[in-house]
Design a protein around this ligand. Structure first.
Ligand SMILES: [Ca+2]
Ligand SMILES: [Ca+2]
Length: 98
């Protein structure tokens, strides 16, 4: 639970740094706008190995700090796999169409 709170604050910071509020319409005041991270996995996985490494992540989200990548890489193997990405999206209510 503590981890989740940390993670959510991290996303908020990431959101502010990357200025995602300016990219997408901000209508929910109670949540950091996670739409800046609502990417399709294959769009980030540019070399098509079904894993998103830090370089690919950084290419896709140039303003993202390493902490955001580490937080998403749940098992800490240095890559974000499909499952981890989906868990990240679900944690932010992005897994389902609104
Ligand atoms: Ca890849
Ligand atoms: Ca991983």
């Amino acid at each position: 639970m503590k981890k989740l709170v940390f993670f959510l604050s991290l996303i908020l910071v990431v959101c502010m740094i990357s200025g995602c509020a300016s990219k997408s319409r901000h209508h929910k005041q109670d949540l950091p706008d996670p739409k800046g991270f609502n990417a399709h996995f294959p769009d980030m996985d540019t070399d098509g190995d079904d894993l998103v490494n830090w370089t690919e992540f950084k290419d896709y989200f140039p303003d993202a700090p390493p902490e955001a990548f580490k937080a998403t890489d749940l098992n800490g193997d240095g890559n974000i796999d499909h499952d981890e990405w989906h868990q990240f999206k679900e944690a932010h209510g992005l897994g389902h169409k609104e």
